[in-house]
Design a protein around this ligand. Sequence first.
Ligand code: PGA
Length: 251
Amino acid sequence: MRKKIVAGNWKMNLSFQDAEDLVEHILELLDKETITAEVIVCPPYPYLELATDYAEEGNIGVGAQNLSPFDAGAYTGEVSAAMLVSMGVTHCIIGHSERRKYFNEDDKMLTAKVNQALKHKLTPIFCVGEALPERQAGSHFDVVRSQVRHGLFHLDTDEFHKVVIAYEPVWAIGTGVTATPDQAQEMHAYIRTLITERYGKDVADATLILYGGSCNAANAEEIFAKPGVDGGLIGGASIKAEEFVSICKQA
Ligand code: PGA
């Protein structure tokens, strides 16, 4: 049985003080609950150290929202995988649709980022998902297949084992329109078929595939109940401590 993950993507939100209050409150609430899922928070870069300090006390992982495709050196403004690891960061979101869209991150760049993460033993949370016109045109499976293949299928089996995938339909992100549990299940099963074709059934069965896109305390249980859904990547609802912990409980 795969262990579920609930990861909170804080995006570009909160002041330093708000971030500290949030992580403190999340840990306080988690402490009172029995939660079987692995809980991860992904704050903006400047708050990562704060989160890793708190994470040492609580039983949570800390993820970055991005990393450099380069190893080290003269890349002004960049943050490397090695730096993140040296701060106690365990995971990194790669290929989020907002980075693909606003920062022109293409397959080549994402491949380099995945390689950097794995080289430095950071777990990539690799995001895929189609835009609304692509779903309307019926090409959502093709889009996701292309993203999974180009972003991940250059990896050998040992490397691929370390990757977590997040299916995040772009039309569901921050819109309040969630994929139905059946739509999520259908795509997760499809991704698992692709993995089976490339790496075999055992690897596919062991791969965690999270759902993301307007997942909240009211709909998480139904989505997480689907057999192909191994937890969630949570945006808006992850910066409200009670709601985030309620989602964690449902996984
Ligand atoms: P949302 O974002 O939960 O606010 O839709 C999810 C994400 O972008 O990871």
